[in-house]
Design a binder for this molecule. Sequence first.
Ligand SMILES: N=CN[C@@H](CCC(=O)O)C(=O)O
Ligand SMILES: [Zn+2]
Length: 446
Amino acid sequence: MGVSGKYGSPKKEDHPLNHKPLFIRHAKQLVTLARSSERPLKGQAMNNLNIIEDGSVWIENGVIQKVGKDEEIVQHYQDRLAEADIVDARGKLVTPGLVDPHTHLVYAGSRENEFEMRLKGATYMEIMNAGGGIHATTRATQQADHEQLLQESKRRLDQFLFHGVTTVEAKSGYGLTLEHEIKQLEVAQTLNEQHEVDLVSTFMGAHAVPVKDKENPDRFVDEVITEMIPEVARRGLAEFNDVFCERGVFTPEQSRRILEAGLEYGLKPKIHADEIEPYAGAELAAAVGAVSADHLLKASDQGIQAMAEKEVVAVLLPGTAFFLMAEMAQGRKMVDAGVPVALSTDCNPGSSPTVSLPLIMNLGCLKMGMTPAEVLTAVTINAAHAICRGHEIGSIEVGKKADLVIFDVPNYMSLSYLYGVNHAQTVIKNGRVVIENRIKRSGVNA
Ligand SMILES: N=CN[C@@H](CCC(=O)O)C(=O)O
Ligand SMILES: [Zn+2]
């Protein structure tokens, strides 16, 4: 298997091969998720995958041109069939490229030592309060230069792509000074320019109170508001602004100030809410008009209700609860309450060191009571809405970016059922095949 093209080469749109049509034919199930670009799917509608059997897609210039039954597409393009590169998806599942709407992709180092400490009984917050956790990764990230951070993060991004993920949100928050937050965001920018995967950047200077400000966290909050947010916005390095609203980190009042300051500079609010303790984070998300509230393990019923009313996307992270051995967020309850739910890896070195969205889908089913259709919606169109990309990606529809995955399974249910395996066989990004993942054989089993 391999990522096509050379890292560092011009970004995908410029590729000359984009001009040749790509014709994906005969998918056993083509999951289109059509008619969901305007608003995220909620409640029962999260099960409407809009599947086409024996489905085909015609792609040109990186854009989806036509979607339908194979015979319809063949009829429409009969004079141009010889021009196209054909990909045979017979017997397979084709979905929109997966979207991960919450990651801490750009960091240096790793924390397997803390994994062992937790297995022996230490808690996530105890480790952080003793100067480890986010602080440990902050030290490593501050020490790393742009190139080191780029190489470490690129390896993870390659792995995302191998799993069928074509768009990834990436947060800063391991710099915790203006200089190092900007360095992290610049690495994300370079990755976005050079890597096949699209990145969407979030500023998260308010990820932790630096150790030196422990006695006076408001000083740091002021620095985030008056220095970091204006400079990040001036440089155009982020689209969203996130805060870790949690007892012992940032209070709801501090979080509100930070999110409102971001809004003044055009940064859309997101929030790490109610992860370890109930802290009215979901309520705050609704009050400030956040695009998403993430984690929500301990969200209150009122908070869930408020999110449903304001259509705040709940980005649930079952890999984090699994890895921290904590109780899961109430995914089933949120879907039933009409909250649009998305799922994400939360890829980070402390609480969820994984890049496998398919594994997260499986956890969504088994641990949060969601259906296989709901979890697929949650990592495609609803994930796209969680990063304000519902019009561009997340469904297979005419005019959208041609980001698609061919999974070597016969139907969407198998994606969550056959768990712990990477089923992504062919990944198409901007209309170009960028991953072909199969064993090269000769002889009888070829
Ligand atoms: N909870 C806060 N932040 C990250 C974890 C960061 C870390 O432990 O390094 C999260 O979303 O899980
Ligand atoms: Zn996070």
